[in-house]
Design a protein around this ligand. Sequence first.
Ligand code: TEU
Ligand code: CA
Length: 557
Amino acid sequence: MAHKWWQNAVIYQIYPMSFQDSNNDGIGDLPGIEQRLPYLQKLGVDVLWLNPIYKSPNKDNGYDISDYEQIQPVYGSMAEFDKLLSQIHKHGMKLLMDLVVNHTSDQHRWFQESKRSKDGKYSDYYIWRDPVDGHEPNNWHAAFGGSAWTFVPERGQYYLHLFAPGQPDLNWENPAVRESVWNIMRFWLDKGVDGFRMDVINLISKPAGLPDAPEPATYGLTEALVADGPKLDDYLREMNDKVLSHYDIMTVGEMPSSKPEDAINYTGLDKHELNMVFQFEHVTVAANPDPRLGKWNDQPVELPQLKRALSRWQKALDGRGWNSLYWNNHDQPRAVSRFATDDPKYRVRAAKMLGTTLHMMQGTPFVYEGEELGMTNVHYTRLDQYEDLEAINSYHELVDEQKVVDGQTMLKYLAHMSRDNARTPMQWDASKNAGFSKVQPWFAVNPNYPEINAEKAVDDSQSVFYHYQKLIQLRHDSDLVKFGNYDEIDPEDTDVFAYRRHYQDQTLLVISNFTDQTVTRDYDQGHPTAKLILSNYDDDLGTELRPYESKVYVFKE
Ligand code: TEU
Ligand code: CA
């Protein structure tokens, strides 16, 4: 396959609500993003991905869209969007939009019409079912708590929502729904956007007959049953045929519960569906052993499990598909707190170590806003500090209703895993509200902003920021980094994550100490042709690896 532009790219994810407020109403906006383009250009990223900026009642921060062709007024106007897009292009970057089409908002015109009657133009746009013995049609559980079905008296029927009740699932079986989605996509592509990140795109084809999930019917088991449904391939091929193939763009499909074989199926180099997927294996390794608790846990990740998840995808997709690479996004806690440490003594080294470990793999890396500063979890201790419906609903369901866990323990789980950890405002400088806004932001700034902020990082040649800048540069400059294959080293080693990559006559060796101890490992880094190209320490002690030390060597055969 001829190499594609997105195989050379590093993508930066912006959570618009929390990136930069330009008009001091406490909420991030499009002109705010525009102001920060020089910063992103200095970092060296190629593509920006914006979380949803469409009109939305914001029950799930924009993942509930009520109009796909309008900008959320607090973010700006369509004219401001057009200007932002042209400025992004002028700065030599590209733009990915978030396409959320598994579901809409219940405030969307289609749903408003649909719930009114069984025989209008939109009555079949959503998934409606009659009650079964006066109950929900099946036992499916919603992602944000409760049953996945809500009853509407006007129709005398239930509608399906895999997420919140305000996020009804579209009925992809209906060709008119698919045409409507293709039109939304064309609307944005014709403006010149460069691709899409597709929200839970592997959930759009529901299993025939909507059978019960295994008990206890948690969201996790519901998701596993629905994921990668029978017509997904057909829908994605039709999407490619009718829309994607007519533009030079890139796509990444968010695919919870997907396995490498599924991903190869959708991203296969000869498949004409999507370019890459977001898989979830490495971010679900420390899930709670009690299935009712799902992701809620406060246990550290065991390194062999983390390695197994990432290595499996590296090996499976090599030459057959293409990986996305990420530690962080708006749904995950901060990587440095979760996979390493945010202890001030080691935070900077640990954040660089994680960056190196991921960016030297095969695939397209994604950097989430603030990750390049080593931003940390926010360490809340009370429920009223949280904003996210997932955190709040989970607490009520698991502590108050089901009583599977006590309140104090659940607060520890939320502090470790909540999505709100990722959503505190970007830390730009040491001024009040971290330079995000002149007024009290919609969501409190992490109190560590005087220490961790962009201004400080840009002034400090030893910062995490410049380490990420080097990682991005290395990828751009090196076919070994981009295309080399992947060999894991000592998968059972509980302390060190090491791997090799080979391309033509060169080998890359990546070594990361995930502990706060000094350990010794010999991977032949003393070989006469070995050249150290990157490290998070000033000197090289060969086989001795200091706390969170991470280094990269190139060998010539
Ligand atoms: O996330 C889907 C998903 O599978 C999960 O990460 C989920 O959000 C949750 O964290 C389970 O613990 C996507 C979006 O990224 C997320 O922000 C939305 O809330 C969700 O879809 C619904 O649109
Ligand atoms: Ca604003």
